[in-house]
Design a protein around this ligand. Sequence first.
Ligand code: CP
Length: 334
Amino acid sequence: MRHLLSTRHLSRDAAIQILDIAEDMAEVSNREVKKLPTLRGKTVVNLFFEDSTRTRISFEAAAKRLSADVINFSAKGSSVSKGESLKDTAQTLAAMGADGVVIRHQSSGAPQLLAETGWIDAPIVNAGDGTHEHPTQALLDAFTMRRRLFGTTGGTSGTTGGTSGTNGGSRGRDLDGISVVIVGDILHSRVARSNLWLLETLGAHVTFVAPATLVPFGADTWPAAISYDLDQTLAEVKPDVVMMLRIQSERMNAAFFPNAREYAREWGLDDVRFQALAPDTIVMHPGPMNRGLEISAAAADSAQSTVLEQVTNGVSIRMAVLYLLLSGDREALL
Ligand code: CP
């Protein structure tokens, strides 16, 4: 794996390898000294052209736990406001020394451009591009589902030379047969797209639920069921996982259907819908959440919610990705 640009073409074996290495990384993060020397002397550049709380901080924490140096770039306050191009910005940062580049950009395809043009000679990680993909979010979501549904015990992964998936628990497993209902703003969601491709590869059944105005043209060719009725879907599918998406109201106008009240009534995970879920159905949200719109506070703060676990797991997944892309020495792990 030279770059991580999407989940669409990630093989099942590669995905499971990342999830299993993330299990090892989670063990490191549980230690008193949460550090490995693996990337000492390497520099990770975080290039953020769009706002972020979780992803940027999580990549920074992940790089530092692997002993890498980190350079953080945020477009706000930079020479981007003077018209500096993506190419010049990226090459300027790379000239300061970059062994790996993590990029978030409002334009779909920007990470692929960096990877394919050779403007930077370093592995590129897509931290969210436009409405296209957010691969590490999907990986941390799959990691969270696997841990919640199958537990955290089991054999050790290939990184430590042990067995995989033979003792129960998560390691070595895919998500075969589980049902995941993803609700909300599919139209604008890179999280929905990356989750769809990865969940399909891992064997899960995906149903998208949204108002028709928030389902993109062409979605009927995707490997997912599509529904416009949340109550009917929850009653019929009885999902293992309900994933609520953020309504990206910054991309809608005042005349948009549905408005916030209509949306919350028909497609929000309100208290009544949340109480009707099976007690072992897990409730996910990538954040940031619009409480009271797509998810109620009771649902978000419940024991069934994995919202904060997703944040914690994001560090382990990003450690695994940086490790795989930047470390030439697999034996150095653990
Ligand atoms: N889930 C996610 O990408 O959050 P941030 O926008 O805060 O990074």
